[in-house]
Structure formats: C-alpha cells, structure tokens
Ligand binder design. Structure first.
Ligand SMILES: Nc1ncnc2c1ncn2[C@@H]1O[C@H](COP(=O)(O)OP(=O)(O)OP(=O)(O)O)[C@@H](O)[C@H]1O
Length: 274
C-alpha cells in the first residue's frame, strides 16, 4: 500500500500540480460566483435530477430513466439561455483586465470632485423628495443605453445634475448616464430587473437601477421620489437607506484604481450586499 502511494507520488510532476491548482482555483471562483445567486437553486435542481437518473437506472426503471436523461439534455441546452446575463457579466469581467482596458478616465482628484458633486446633488434631491436615477459607467460601455436618451455632454456639477431631475422639465424622466466626470445623456431607458423576490414597495425606478447593474458593471444611485431614500445598486443588488454623508464612502472603493488583471481575477467576489 505504502509502496503504491509512493509510486503514485513519484509520477506526479510540476505540470500535474499546476493542473490541480488551476482546477481548484476555477472551482473556488465558480463557487463564489454562484453562491447567493439564483444559480444555486438551479444547481440543486440539477443534482436532484442527476440522483434521480442514477437511482432509476440502478432500479431498472427504463422508461423513467430515459425520460430523466432526455430532460437533463434539455436543461443543459437551456442553461446558457437562462443564465445569459450572468454569463455575459462573467465574460465581460474576464475581458476587463488591465490588459484589455484603457487607462482610467479620471485621476484621483477628479474622482473626488465628481463624488462630492454627486453627493451634494443627492442631498438636495433626497431632502426635497425629487426622484433621481444616476448611472455611473465603469468598464462596460453603456452606449446602448445612452442611445435611448437625449445626448447631453456636460461636466458634472451639483447645480447641473440637480437641474436635470427637477419635475416637469424635459429631461427629468428616466436615467442620467455619467461617463468619467461628464454627463453623456439624460432621460435614458434602462432594462427592468425580472427578480420576483424584490419587495413590492420597489417600483420601476428601483427595478431599472437593479436591471442595468445585472447586465453591466455600472453603479447606480437612486433617490426615491416617494420617500427621499437613497439607494445604490451594483451587481444586481440594491443597498438601501444610504446616509447621504456616507455616499462617497460607498462610491470610492468602486472606482478605486485597479490592481493588475490577474490579482483582480483572483480577488473577485460577486457583490452580495443588499
Ligand atoms: N426603465 C426605466 N428606465 C429609466 N427610468 C425609469 C424606468 N422606469 C421608470 N423609470 C423612472 O422611474 C419613474 C417612476 O418611478 P416609480 O414610482 O415607478 O418607481 P419607484 O421605484 O417606486 O420610485 P419612487 O420611490 O421614486 O416612487 C419614472 O417616472 C421614470 O423617471
């Protein structure tokens, strides 16, 4: 027995170890990607289906086994369709490494100015219960959504941004999209989330904020017209009841200069704050 183990160990070379490490890291990342997501429920369903298939084969239930095998095929074919947004985000994340990415649009000082202007705007809007939807572009281009609105090219200042959301003005309906420190468009239409587990009190403004962050890596700030509550959406999750003074603290890490693509890949976790 000991000799056998020694024999196996002596056949393992560096490439085998690298092979095992890569598979382990990929499985570990995969686990964190699907943890807390709807993929977990689906994975459980698949495991049940797999077990049922094995048991039916073991018991000799030929027709049941045949049916289960066919349904496994159908489920596997349907997976890319059902998880299109998740797959898209994962692939975009891979392609978003430093190697592929242009340099950040803003330097540290410009970012701080932008965040301060946004925080001042949000404070005014929240206090006066003026609804707002502010989308901050990150690495995923938002041109498709910019096209749905009215193009506006202007440096973000608190006065300018506040003005856009004043009720009954032409641009107040829909979302503002910001790239770098410039507004690209206002009155933009965003995709609504289809997440049925969301609280009924969240209307289309909040659902649009979550929707676009499911499909892109954008960060969205929402001010509720009804309550003045400030929320931040990212990665398909909504963090509510954000203190206006703390908004910058929420934004800063999301726009921090990135480490190399490799270390970013290994350190990535799906956002899970709600
Ligand atoms: N798909 C969308 N894309 C962009 N903006 C949208 C979208 N759907 C709704 N909105 C904005 O949200 C407004 C309606 O908000 P609604 O009251 O339905 O949402 P809510 O989440 O309850 O927000 P609030 O708390 O501000 O009332 C619209 O007037 C529009 O400005």
């Amino acid at each position: 027995m000991l000799l056998q183990i020694k024999g196996i160990i002596s056949t393992i070379n560096l490439l085998d170890i690298a092979d095992i490490v890569i598979v382990a890291v990929v499985l570990y990342k995969l686990y964190f990607m699907i943890k807390d997501s709807r993929a977990v429920a689906l994975l459980k369903g698949l495991i049940v289906l797999l077990l049922a298939t094995l048991v039916s084969k073991w018991l000799g239930l030929n027709v049941v086994n045949w049916l289960l095998q066919k349904s496994m095929t159908v489920v596997l074919v349907a997976l890319p369709v059902v998880f299109q947004p998740e797959l898209r985000r994962a692939l975009e994340h891979l392609g978003r490494g430093r190697f592929f990415q242009g340099s950040s649009l803003l330097n540290a000082e410009e970012k701080e100015t932008l965040f301060a202007e946004i925080a001042r705007t949000v404070a005014v809007l929240s206090k006066n219960k003026i609804g707002a939807l502010i989308v901050l572009e990150r690495d995923t281009g938002l041109n498709d959504y910019i096209e749905t609105g009215i193009k506006v090219d202007g440096l973000i200042t608190s006065e300018f941004l506040t003005n856009v959301f004043i009720p009954n003005t032409p641009l107040h309906d829909g979302a503002v999209i910001i790239r770098g420190n410039r507004m690209q468009a206002a009155g933009c239409l965003l995709p609504l989330t289809e997440d049925r587990s969301l609280s009924k009190e969240l209307g289309t403004r909040h659902r649009a904020a979550i929707g676009i962050t499911e499909q892109t890596d954008a960060v969205v700030i929402v001010v509720s017209e009804e309550t003045g509550i400030i929320s931040v959406a990212r990665g398909g999750r909504l963090i509510r009841y954000i203190d206006c003074d703390k908004l910058v603290e929420h934004l800063r890490p999301l726009f921090a200069a990135k480490p190399s693509s490799l270390s970013e890949f290994f350190s990535w976790r799906p956002p899970n704050a709600r």
